[in-house]
Design a protein around this ligand. Structure first.
Ligand code: ADP
Ligand code: MG
Length: 201
């Protein structure tokens, strides 16, 4: 059913390493369509954050190509992904159109009045909902999530992932996580960087 959907991320034959002695990616390919979640799993040091920097355009492939639609990000620690001294509303409006914010706030379970507060006045779970709200209001094709739930307790983790999954008709999601259960539960495809360093699709 989803095969007719457009690609929001395509990595083809990527080579990358910081040094010649230790290539992190060689001939790595990955494709992701709107409506799909692909998880990238790997031990610390396996190159997960490097992949995010490559996709975000902060690092350049040594070989191969990466093409992505419009990207938005959900980071691991919601407290450090917002500036401490501005209201959430101002920070979200700074990067996204607030059109549709009312409806979206209902969907993510955050009252609009909460957005008038400073980040530290909210719980981690509430704040992560705000960062999902920000990510979606940016109207992305691709949402990059770097351990989006690991700072949260178990129940809220699932909640937050369910939220991201609910919005899948609007974007594709690339999820980086250490949590194999979470990856298996939420994803269409799980790619392990520890095995082969090769994309599977
Ligand atoms: P992960 O996010 O999976 O823990 P990283 O992508 O951060 O892994 O790092 C992968 C490897 O590349 C590690 O061995 C790390 O030490 C190395 N590395 C990361 N950033 C740099 C850099 N800027 N210069 C040189 N080596 C780096
Ligand atoms: Mg990392």
């Amino acid at each position: 059913m989803q095969n007719t959907q457009e690609f929001v991320l395509k990595i083809e034959n990527l080579d990358f390493g910081y040094t010649k002695e230790k290539p992190l990616y060689s001939n790595f390919s990955l494709a992701l369509r709107r409506g799909e979640i692909v998880s990238v799993i790997g031990a610390s040091g396996s190159g997960k954050s490097t992949l995010f920097e490559l996709i975000s355009g902060n690092l350049r492939p040594q070989k191969g190509s990466i093409s992505a639609g419009k990207i938005s990000w959900v980071f691991q620690d919601p407290y450090s992904s917002f500036h401490p001294s501005y209201t959430l509303y101002d920070q979200i409006a700074d990067v996204a159109s607030m059109e549709g914010a009312d409806e979206l706030s209902r969907e993510v379970g955050i009252e609009m009045s909460l957005l008038q507060k400073l980040p530290h006045e909210l719980s981690g779970g509430q704040l992560q909902r705000c960062s999902i709200m920000r990510a979606l209001l940016m109207r992305p094709d691709l949402i990059l999530c770097d351990e989006p739930t690991s700072a949260l307790d178990n129940i809220i983790q699932l909640d937050v992932m369910r939220l991201i999954v609910r919005f899948l008709d609007r974007a594709g999601v690339l999820l980086i996580t250490h949590d194999m259960d979470l990856a298996r539960w939420s994803s269409d495809t799980v790619i392990s960087l520890d095995d082969t360093k090769k994309g599977v699709r």
